[in-house]
Ligand binder design. Structure first.
Ligand code: COA
Ligand code: AMP
Length: 635
């Protein structure tokens, strides 16, 4: 069936479409209704059905005679290790670790927080939670203790799973002090922590609370999969909102399994016994969907990579992994390619490897800039597919679905709406009901409800915030908070966010949240944080800071303290390296800080003097301060 026909069917007969897709999943009880639309704007897929996600990811493949197939290849250049786990081995480890959790009193519906580096135990932990119906919440290792504490307080986990350390290229990052500080700060205390002791750095265990991972796993008895409702939560994944309180995106079990299985075959075009690799981190949605659940549910071999695109040891690392493990389809973020291109512009390290069986590269997490896509196409000579999605959606909204029909690629576009997603471009600031924009006109990218299976049903224990954040601006639609246009061929072009979220090395950050931290410095009167263009990371945050009257400490020391504060409160992942102290910030006559104008100055872009500006002279001062600090930055 062509893309066009498949898409039309998904729109005209969504229930039949998804019921058919659901045949790829093992159900314990089948559904009463494919789509329960009795309580709009809350929709539920596969209501009444029961299943277990871990069964679908592991046990059923073993039962089907594929136990010897490799489920997971852990490739860790930072430790010099490669380990392979067959489906049977992974199932057995997961069953045993599920026994550890059950032994610690974790029951169906309890939350388990996972703060782990890219080690196989991270996948074991997630799947073990799924096995016993516990709800996991993975927190990315690059977040600081305070961010971890806010997530602990929201999810209130019974147990926390962590490790002694992570490894960033060659630096050992002790995790345990961050975990201890987070638990000390959080109001909600876990009953137990299970700590993986890595040989390069051992953690101090707190008697009575902390347990040694290996000892617990060795002593545990395996437990079987429990049955959960399709609509029960599988996980919570926190993502940046516009304030310091992150949003707990909820994923259900049934719709998620169906959507991911469908996407593996139809979007990525991969067969169950092939090797699929996503170079991301389990702390992000990309890692949840396409390192752990998607490939395993589909029966693929998934590669888990503990390393970087460059520096572990060089810009040829990706090509080594693809060659050595026979990767057929690879998914990463454009920023990784920019890092590689910078070190190996002629692709010498690419040609040093046999990539003849490698079929396609998928890029997401940020806009795939056309020069990077063109370079990747020229070097790799395979389709390079930009695809667009979000933590909230769980799987791609816009893509070139290679498993259905390969459409012509247009640089700067993520191709067309994926079957299941009804993408519209609406007026950005409607008066009354929002009208749809014409082809080629920029507006707010919105998705007509109901969202397909796999997308978030709500936010964790925050139905009202879910409605307010996503469904209230355009009644009947989900607001993506991305702006863009759909061209005359139906191709989606995602251009920018409409809120204060910025994309730093494909990591999602809120400038509002960074501002809250900067403003907490005792010498700071007010501040503005914005994402400025960066040749490697796409964007990086830049802070402009006005001091309180009478502060006479050295400016350089205060700037350093502000940078350190953000690193300490949010984490190194924020890549907040520059705070500039200025006399005044430009504002409108009503007092709104003109962040967009300052960003244009920092980027060296053309801008129009805002008609509502209070004092145009301030822009000159800001330009001079930015110029002294080297903005716009040269490549
Ligand atoms: N634990 C602890 N610290 C971490 C971390 C983790 N899991 N992940 C990142 N950090 C730290 C980094 O060491 C760095 O610290 P530094 O400021 O002391 O150097 C900081 O957080 C920023 O990290 P990052 O933005 O990743 O920058 P980088 O310079 O280390 O690497 C790239 C740049 C482009 C190579 C890297 O971002 C990359 O590989 N990106 C791939 C994209 C990706 O994974 N996207 C996920 C969504 S698809
Ligand atoms: P996250 O929730 O961290 O996955 O970030 C989602 C956001 O990243 C989206 O809302 C977009 O702003 C951006 N994004 C992700 N993929 C793309 C893409 N292919 N093109 C443009 N922007 C993207």
């Amino acid at each position: 069936m062509s893309y066009q026909e498949t898409y039309r069917r998904s729109r005209e007969q969504p229930e039949a479409f998804w019921a058919e897709a659901a045949e790829a999943i093992d159900w314990e009880t089948r559904w009463d209704r494919v789509l329960d639309d009795s309580r709009p704007p809350f929709y539920r897929w596969f209501a009444g059905a029961r299943l277990n996600t871990c069964w679908n990811a592991l046990d059923r493949h073993v039962e089907a005679g594929n136990g010897a197939r490799i489920a997971l290849i852990w490739d860790s250049p930072v430790t010099g290790s490669i380990e392979r786990f067959s489906y049977r081995e992974l199932r057995d480890r997961v069953a045993r670790f599920a026994g550890v959790l059950a032994g610690l009193g974790v029951r169906q519906g309890d939350r388990v927080l996972i703060y782990l580096p890219m080690v196989p135990e991270a996948a074991v932990a997630m799947l073990a939670c799924a096995r016993i119906g516990a709800v996991h919440s993975v927190v990315f290792g690059g977040f600081a203790a305070h961010e971890l504490a806010t997530r602990i307080d929201d999810a209130r986990p019974r147990v926390i799973l962590s490790a002694s350390c992570g490894i960033e290229t060659s630096r050992i990052i002790p995790y345990k002090p961050l975990l201890d500080a987070a638990i000390a700060e959080a109001r909600s205390k876990p009953l137990a922590c299970v700590i993986l002791q890595r040989p390069m750095c051992r953690a101090e265990l707190v008697a009575g609370r902390d347990h040694d991972w290996q000892e617990m796993e060795a002593a545990a008895h395996p437990v079987d999969c429990v049955s959960v409702a399709a609509t029960d939560p599988l996980y919570i994944l926190y993502t940046s909102g516009t304030t310091g309180i992150p949003k707990g995106v909820v994923r259900d079990n049934g719709g998620h399994a169906v959507a991911l299985a469908w996407s593996m075959r139809n979007i990525y075009g991969i067969a169950p016994d092939e090797v699929f690799w996503t170079a991301s981190d389990i702390g992000w949605v990309v890692g949840h969907s396409y390192i752990v659940y998607g490939p395993l549910i589909h029966g693929c071999t998934s590669v888990m990579y503990e390393g970087k695109p460059v520096g572990t040891p060089d810009a040829g690392a990706f090509w080594r992994v693809i060659d050595e493990h026979d990767v057929r389809v690879f998914f990463t973020a454009p920023t990784a390619f920019r890092a590689i291109k910078r070190e190996d512009p002629d692709g010498k390290l690419i040609r040093a490897r046999d990539l003849s069986r490698f079929r396609a590269l998928f890029l997401a997490g940020e806009r795939a800039d056309p020069p990077t896509v063109a370079w990747a196409e020229e070097q790799l000579r395979v389709p390079v597919i930009d695809h667009w999605w979000q933590t909230e959606t769980g799987w791609p909204i816009g893509a070139n679905c290679l498993g259905i029909e390969q459409l012509p690629v247009k640089h700067g576009s993520c191709t067309r709406a994926v079957p299941g997603w009804d993408v519209r471009v609406l007026e950005s600031e409607p008066v009354g009901e929002a009208q749809e924009m014409k082809p080629g006109e920029i507006g707010a990218l919105a998705i007509k409800l109901p969202l397909p299976p796999g997308a978030l049903p709500t936010l964790w224990q925050a139905d009202e915030r879910f409605v307010e954040s996503y469904l209230s601006a355009y009644p009947g639609y989900y607001q993506t908070a991305d702006a863009g246009f759909i061209d005359a061929d139906g191709y989606i072009h995602v251009m920018t966010r409409t809120d204060d979220i910025i994309n730093v090395a494909a990591h999602r950050l809120s400038t509002g949240e960074i501002e809250e931290v900067v403003a907490a410095h005792p010498d700071v009167a007010e501040c503005a944080v914005m994402g400025v263009a960066d040749p490697l990371k796409g964007q990086v945050p830049l802070g402009l800071v006005v001091l309180k009257a009478g502060v006479e400490r050295p400016v350089g020391a205060i700037e350093d303290e502000v940078v350190a504060l953000v690193r300490d409160r949010i984490g190194p992942v924020a890549s907040f390296k520059t705070a500039l102290i200025v006399e005044r910030l430009p504002k409108t006559r009503s007092g709104k800080i003109l962040r967009g104008t300052m960003r244009s100055i920092a980027d060296g872009a053309d801008y129009r003097m805002p008609a509502t500006i209070d004092d145009p002279a301030i822009l000159g001062e800001i330009g001079e301060a930015l110029g002294r600090a080297g903005y716009p930055q040269k490549n």
